[in-house]
Design a protein around this ligand. Structure first.
Ligand code: 0CM
Ligand code: SF4
Length: 306
């Protein structure tokens, strides 16, 4: 059996920054440090940070007054920010700068009085945070079929933003439907789908053309990791999303000669190494890495003076 690793894969700049912020907060302030929502959607990242004194909660009410508390990489609504302030929390914002950029455009469209279309997955925390930047009319749409049902105040005053981790191909279809329905729709200068999402999807597309089975390392609630699995499956190969090597099932490999491996933007590289070790122990004799796009994006980690 031969193994091919996708490139780029794994941690993006926003995830590196968010995790570094939690580490810095733990160094600077005595644990526990509270994090509203999972800092990134990866069970292994969370377990490692819990061991160092991070506490992950889903509700602001679960954070004691005055505690140091961090907003996750996915961002929060204005209401959550205001409530945190009212509760006297000492907050640190680990929202990815590429999500914050989308937030700023929502604020702008809201000031112009536009109906704002947020293309994304309903209930995902990033979508909730993005919608929560506006005080006016916001509509979340997930499929092109929903475009026909949209009711807006003025079809000439409609703008859209997207979740940063969407499928590039599905979003193109959605935008075609939106442009047909609202020829004057206000669009971002460049796509809101982030560089890490589009690079990882492009790499998995190439990977899937060279293998018979693809393993994506990532947690079940990670949107971008799920999209990577779908991209592979849509190329006609079997594709599995696994949190770690322990979830691999031997029967997947019967009759398989070529296996591809990639990882979502929140999955640490040591999990990929463990998957490759598992494959070596189960018949893989070559491991090769694809040529792929180099990524040189790094985000500044703030000093955290509270
Ligand atoms: O948005 P998604 O569910 O893909 O989040 P993640 O934590 O898996 O990946 C990084 C991010 C962001 C924002
Ligand atoms: Fe930022 Fe993209 Fe990474 Fe999300 S996947 S944290 S938007 S760089």
């Amino acid at each position: 059996m031969n193994v091919l690793l996708a490139r780029p894969r794994g941690f993006c700049a926003g995830v590196n920054r968010a995790i570094a912020i939690v580490h810095r907060a733990l160094e600077r302030y005595a644990p526990p440090v509270y994090v509203l929502h999972e800092i990134v959607h990866n069970t292994h990242v969370l377990a490692a940070l819990r061991r160092r004194g991070a506490v992950f909660v889903e509700e602001l009410e679960d954070i004691p007054r005055g505690a140091v508390s961090i907003f996750s990489a996915h961002g929060v609504s204005r209401t959550v920010e205001d409530q945190a302030r009212a509760m006297g929390l000492r907050t640190i914002d680990a929202t990815c700068p590429l999500v914050s950029k989308v937030h700023r455009r929502v604020v702008h469209l809201n000031e112009l009085g536009y109906d704002i279309l947020v293309i994304g997955h309903k209930g995902h925390p990033e979508v909730e945070g993005t919608c929560g930047q506006a005080t006016g009319r916001v509509h979340v749409i997930s499929t092109p079929a929903e475009v026909a049902d949209l009711r807006v105040a003025d079809p000439a005053k409609v703008g859209y933003v997207t979740q940063t981790t969407l499928s590039v191909d599905d979003t193109a279809e959605m935008l075609a439907a939106l442009r047909r329905r609202f020829p004057l729709i206000s669009e971002p200068d460049r796509t809101d789908i982030c560089y890490a999402t589009s690079n990882r999807q492009a790499a998995v597309r190439l990977l899937a053309d060279r293998v018979e089975l693809v393993l994506i390392v990532g947690s079940k609630n990670s949107s971008n990791s799920n999209r990577l699995r779908e991209v592979a499956a849509l190329r006609g190969v079997s594709a599995h999303l696994i949190d770690h090597a322990g979830e691999i099932e031997s029967h997947w490999f019967s009759g398989i000669q070529r296996v591809g491996v990639s990882a979502g933007a929140s999955a640490p590289e040591h999990l990929v190494v463990e998957v490759v070790d598992w494959l070596r122990q189960h018949g893989a004799d070559t491991v090769e890495e694809m040529d792929g796009k180099e990524e040189h994006i790094n985000f500044f980690v703030p000093d955290l003076e509270l």
